[in-house]
Design a protein around this ligand. Sequence first.
Ligand code: PLP
Length: 423
Amino acid sequence: MDTRLPSGNAPARCLPSLSPAIARERRYGARNYDTLPVVLKHGDGCWLWDEHGRRYLDMMSAYSAVSHGHAHPRIVGALVEQAQRLAVTSRAFHNELLPAFLQRLAEVTGLDRALPGNGGAESVETALKAARKWGHRIKGIPADRAEIIVCAGNFHGRSIAIVGFSSEPQYRDGFGPFPPGFRQIPFGDADALARAIGPNTAAFLVEPIQGEGGIVVPPAGYLAQCARLCREHNVLLICDEIQTGMGRTGRFLACEHENVRPDGVILGKALGGGLLPVSAFVATDDVMQVFTPGDHGSTFGGNPLAAAVALASLDVLFDERMIERSAEQGAHLLARLSTVKSPLIREVRGRGLFVGIEVERERLAARDVVDRLLARGILSKDTHGTVVRFAPPLVIERDAIDWAVEEVRAVFAELGGGLRCAA
Ligand SMILES: *Cc1c(COP(=O)(O)O)cnc(C)c1O
């Protein structure tokens, strides 16, 4: 493998012409994604190759699902070995891998019990069901009155219930009617939480750092204060760590930065080691006791193949010091990006290898930066139209970071005072 960093790729004027693969996808696929015009064919660690053999640095990691890097040999090994032995049994029967996976989830989160799923939204739904039933059965909220507080700018997935409490009009538009029982407050404002909690509040659902919302880091002490308020008022604190967990922010869970142990944690994305969709809702005994046989389930949830892969992904994360690497390399990435000076940059922020550049929205769209980075061999993704997100695999090397930052610098130099160009 060529390990030299690409140098001086042609700047962004011409994006690749439409490939047959893209044309076919556009013809036969639902049009729910605005995909960048690159067809990826092969991946190894932080690097991806397209159908023309061109190499790209992955600064996006499939929205943090590929934190271990592409095709991590140990996780692939676990996948292949288990796939040949036994893959899917359903929870109608026991298998040998699930118990170890559940125990490991309890250990790494400091919680008691886990309920496995096959994707973020599914496990968020599990958390919502657990919180409501806990509210009704344990807290004593009158039937069907349980309320869950969420934050403006949240992203918790795409189910009807979840988009129903999104503040993003496009996520909701046309998809109603939505289930009631959710209340929205500003993110990063603990006083707003104090005001919103009422006798029927069952839970507060929050991302420790908002990811899709634009890598929004709340004020220091926010989560700890929320945890205190929740404890005082007998309200569950549920942290959606689907994107921030698994070492992304430099700790295993982002809530560890504030020494907060929530009542429930949702994991997903990187839990599947970049190979499979694996998720889990992990919680205290107090919360998890509400589930009885038949209450809730999932055909593929906790299957032995997923359990083997997730166990390997957790082992690799700790054995290869990926969490520490995220903290160290993330601090470096943030420091280097902060040296990029441009009138187009409003703010550079983040924690660990979870960093965003917010651009001046009147001058350009974040997508303009993303398109130019793509042409220079860097894969990134705009979020919310104004933020360029950098969340590379946690195995990224320092020289790759340095190279990427110089390309970012070149792109902003090229963009000068800005442009607003049609999509
Ligand atoms: C990606 C994400 C989800 C949804 O996960 P899916 O696997 O896409 O359903 C939920 N919450 C957060 C914070 C996420 O980043």
